[in-house]
Ligand binder design. Structure first.
Ligand SMILES: Cc1cc2nc3c(=O)[nH]c(=O)nc-3n(C[C@H](O)[C@H](O)[C@H](O)COP(=O)(O)OP(=O)(O)OC[C@H]3O[C@@H](n4cnc5c(N)ncnc54)[C@H](O)[C@@H]3O)c2cc1C
Length: 301
């Protein structure tokens, strides 16, 4: 674990495991509701989280396997069996790419409904949001700010992740509206916008996940755990933003110096979290008899 490349490959994934854990816990709570609007939202989030977490699990098992070298390939160390199990989750109960289109349709329907329900206010808020996007894109101070406290703040992380979702949603609905106005057949509209739809769905689930992580920090975390869990939150948030740095740069939301500063902060957070890795993994409480793999049962500090 002390190789920087090992830390870099594994510790952000530990942070993502916590993020998905909190998002899934909230989904379980939502699933109890009988309210039809909440139920539709629950279906949308469930489809998105199923896709994101099964892709994440499959990639993570491969990365863990490689991190263990040839021993990772031994049958007794279980990676092959874990991968065979998780791999099929990306297809059954609905192929992930198909499910992400379901998520996009759900989000578009909610958006259309919100404009329909409360016409004037919703349309005004839509215009203000579009204006807000223009202001943030052309605000040179925001996009060049490399201050550590600014970049690790809840506000920066949440606004930046939310911005991607909202901008993709608005540009997608604009495109669909224009195609429909030109009387283009709905199947063709779907095909023309399919990649945009899947990207928007991905951004929506990132947005839901970061919000639930923050909510868990403010409601259910013991005060002595706040410091380390806040670092995990920052690492998850900044890694998510950094993964999409190409998009933010293309959209003029950040400049190269800010993206570079985020990369440096990610490295620092990984080092800060390193001493707590054993505890953070043990906290999932997976019993030894389920781990079973000899490599997982050896002391790993
Ligand atoms: C091990 C296993 C166990 C299963 N158990 C059950 C079971 O117990 N009960 C049951 O009912 N079913 C079961 N299934 C079936 C499973 O639910 C389906 O395989 C799954 O829903 C995906 O459907 P599909 O295989 O038809 O693939 P498809 O949905 O046809 O997907 C094939 C490929 O085409 C792409 N694709 C399809 N449609 C689109 C589109 N509109 N736009 C873009 N790309 C598209 C997908 O992304 C994917 O890459 C099982 C499958 C497996 C492999």
């Amino acid at each position: 674990m002390d190789y920087p490349t090992h830390m870099n490959r594994l510790i952000p994934r530990l942070a993502s495991s916590y993020a998905f854990h909190f998002a899934l816990q909230d989904l379980v709570k939502l699933s109890i509701s009988q309210d039809p609007i909440v139920r539709r939202k629950t279906e949308t989030i469930a489809a998105g989280l199923k896709s994101k977490t099964s892709w994440f699990a499959t990639e993570t098992i491969q990365i863990c396997r490689e991190a263990c070298g040839g021993k990772g390939y031994l049958v007794e160390n279980q990676f092959a069996a874990l991968k065979a199990d998780s791999d099929i989750f990306t297809t059954f109960e609905g192929d992930n790419t198909v499910l992400m289109q379901l998520v996009a349709k759900g989000v578009l329907t909610q958006f259309k409904q919100s404009l329909h329900d409360d016409n004037t206010r919703a349309v005004l808020s839509f215009i203000f949001k579009k204006l807000g996007h223009t202001i943030s894109e052309y605000n040179p101070i925001n996009k060049r700010n490399t201050d550590f406290y600014h970049l690790t703040s809840y506000d920066f992380i949440e606004e930046t992740i939310h911005y991607r979702h909202e901008k993709l949603l608005m540009s997608l609905s604009d495109r669909i509206r224009k195609y429909l106005k030109r009387r283009i057949d709905t199947l063709q509209v779907m095909l023309k916008t399919q990649i945009h739809m899947v990207d928007m769905a991905d951004a929506y689930i990132d947005d839901i996940t970061i919000v639930q992580f923050r909510k868990a920090l403010s409601t259910s975390v013991q005060p002595q755990l706040m410091n380390i869990l806040t670092k995990l939150y920052q690492l998850y948030g900044l890694t998510t933003i950094y993964q999409h740095r190409g998009w933010y740069l293309e959209n003029d939301y950040m400049d190269g110096s800010q993206s570079k500063a985020i990369r440096k902060i990610i490295t620092k957070l990984i080092q800060d979290i390193r001493p707590y890795v054993d505890t953070l993994v043990d906290a999932f409480g997976i019993p030894d008899e389920l781990l079973a793999a000899p490599i997982a049962l050896q002391p790993y500090s």
